[in-house]
Design a protein around this ligand. Sequence first.
Ligand code: SF4
Length: 464
Amino acid sequence: MPEVKTAEFPRLSRQSLADPQVQSSLRRLSHFIEAREAAVAEVGEQEWQRLRDQGRRIKEHAIAHLDYYLELAADNVVKAGGNVCFARDAREACDYVLKVAQARRARTVIKSKSMVSEETGINTVLESHGIRPVETDLGEYIIQLAGETPFHIVAPALHKSKEEVADLFVQKLNVQRKESITELTAIARAALREIFVQADIGMTGANFVVAETGTVVIVTNEGNGRMSTSLPRVHIALMGMERVVPRLEDMAVFLRLLPRSATGQRLTSYTTFVTGPRRDDEEDGPDEFHLVILDNGRSRMLADEALREALYCIRCGAWVYGGPIGAVVTPILAGLPQARHLPFASTLCGACREVCPVKINIPHLLLTLRSRVTQGPPADRHASWLERIAARAWQYVVTTPWAFGLAGRAAAILQLPLLRRGRLRWLPQPLNAWTRTRDFPRVAFRPFRARWSRIADQHPREKT
Ligand code: SF4
């Protein structure tokens, strides 16, 4: 797995939040939210909730019987003429792909968007052996040319302006500068067409794998998934082991949930079903098909009852800023010490749970991880020693009535020089982290308990 650099996460996230380009890109994303709401409204609230419940039940069942469905899927892939590799970790997955590529003397591998390929770091491995991996999803292609990692599951190059992309194409593709999105897309399309024709291997992810038929289902909007699975002579599909679903008819549920949640579409432009390599009576398709089923820490997640639910995720990215489920999954896959900052990067407002098509309780999972971080060894903890002392002191005050009363009276007096128009609009360090972006209601001079006793004394009947 590529290095998880969450030690730098607090600094980098502050930097990103202060970046006007990122802010304006995120604002433009509101059209995704509106499209999603319209797509859901079209289905109707009742039917949408029914679909979400059904999707969740299917995932619950598949994950509870994962060993059975994975075996069934693997058997059916082999029956259809394909090959299967169960990879325990990223290294085993990369070794297998490399072995296939070297045996076919491959020089170019075209790829359609795959989060598992990001997870395994397969591009770096192929490059180090002289094999050229080329991303063919437009956003991923831009990110690859820029030497960066995807910004978002659904929209990987969301943070780049068209001017930045224009500069990038001039620099990397040696073309004339164009600034319209149509022209930039045409440049990428022309460059990629050449590569599609020459490619030796097509590598894709798998949105779902149907156990009863051994079918890989790939959902894309640019058609690059279909080109990657039909033009090269070899197709390798990479899947996380949680992607298996029992039956073909389950697709009737997920193909309604996924596009609506991800991009607000009724259906994505291309939905591709691949079952093994090309048969004798078929015109298109590869001669060889390989399915790599990746564990890489998912068994740990499966064994952990408190966090197992994260495996229900269908990677819709409905939560625009892509992070909540990543903040759950990454610490489990990469290890809590490496990713200890991530579970804290959420306000726990619950918006992600509200939109999740399979109703994953993400805030609860984040809280579980937070509690594990705080109970872990001191070096792994997120909070500084000062924050921990403050939390202990706070715990004592709020659980000790006399201390709570005294603190309330002291705060009511100490706040006086800081009050502006009845609210606390500025607090000294370190509390100014709060007031930099919001204010705070003033502390009441007469605490609620004192007021309540008075009311109760005045209305003794209501008291009983
Ligand atoms: S957790 Fe739910 S909302 Fe988030 S990406 Fe996964 S399926 Fe979508």
